[in-house]
Design a protein around this ligand. Structure first.
Ligand SMILES: Nc1ncnc2c1ncn2[C@@H]1O[C@H](COP(=O)(O)OP(=O)(O)OP(=O)(O)O)[C@@H](O)[C@H]1O
Length: 218
């Protein structure tokens, strides 16, 4: 469960101060899947980064699964970030590593002495079994994003934050990827927050919020 109350966040760009959120409050229930929409520049990525502990609010509280991350110091935030899954529009795979190495990379960094349980089942479910020795450049966009999903899920997170994961895919591929992502997250009871510009993709989500002027519409 995610609970955000009275969130204020400003960006300082030189002498200019931009207020993105000024008293934003909302909750996302346990296991809920939320699609986050809004015009370009409305602050969707910024909000994901606040939930990921990559940015800190100026004031207000952010609580994720009982952890009040808005009060965390840098070390606590680094530890928190290990427990969430991040999925990006541009995949952010390492080109010099194979698909298998890419999927395992983050897990091995986080937990060097632990075997990554569930690897075989995950690659099977994501249809990546026969791609494991390929390089990312040898895969289609949809396949690369499935590698990104596998990498995020391998850490067994309770929360996945996905920033326009289908922004580079055609409509058919986008629907396939989101269907896979939402199915896997439901099976594993993972909270999912996904930024998208596509109204069509919201059908796969429990709820939809539209960000405008630092607040949710409606
Ligand atoms: N690193 C940064 N430094 C200064 N301003 C930034 C930075 N990142 C984002 N911004 C500004 O913050 C505002 C919100 O940006 P954000 O990326 O959160 O919007 P968004 O809704 O995700 O947009 P898009 O749909 O285009 O990706 C924008 O006005 C943007 O220019």
């Amino acid at each position: 469960m995610i609970s955000v109350s009275d969130l204020c966040f400003r960006r300082q760009d030189g002498a200019e101060v931009q207020t993105l959120f000024d008293g934003l409050s909302f909750t996302i229930n346990a296991h809920e899947h939320l699609a986050l929409l809004g015009d370009s520049g409305s602050g969707k990525t910024t909000l994901l980064h606040l939930l990921a502990g990559l940015l800190s609010p100026n004031s207000g509280q952010i609580e994720v699964n009982g952890e009040r991350i808005s009060a965390y110091n840098a070390q606590q935030l680094a530890h928190y970030r290990r427990k969430i899954g991040l999925i990006f529009q541009h995949y952010q795979l390492l080109d010099c590593l194979s698909v298998k190495q890419n999927i395992l990379f983050q897990h091995q960094l986080n937990y060097p002495n632990q075997v990554a349980s569930g690897f075989d089942a995950l690659v099977e479910q994501l249809g990546l079994k026969d791609k494991l020795n390929k390089l990312p450049s040898q895969l289609s966009g949809g396949e690369q994003q499935r590698v990104g999903i596998a990498r995020a899920l391998l850490n067994q997170p309770k929360l996945i934050l996905a920033d326009e994961p289908t922004g580079n895919l055609d409509q058919t591929r986008a629907q396939q990827v989101v269907e896979m992502l939402t199915t896997l997250c439901k099976e594993r009871q993972i909270n999912l927050v996904m930024v998208t510009h596509s109204q069509r993709l919201t059908q796969y989500f429990d709820s939809v919020k539209v960000l405008a002027n630092g607040q949710f519409d409606g």
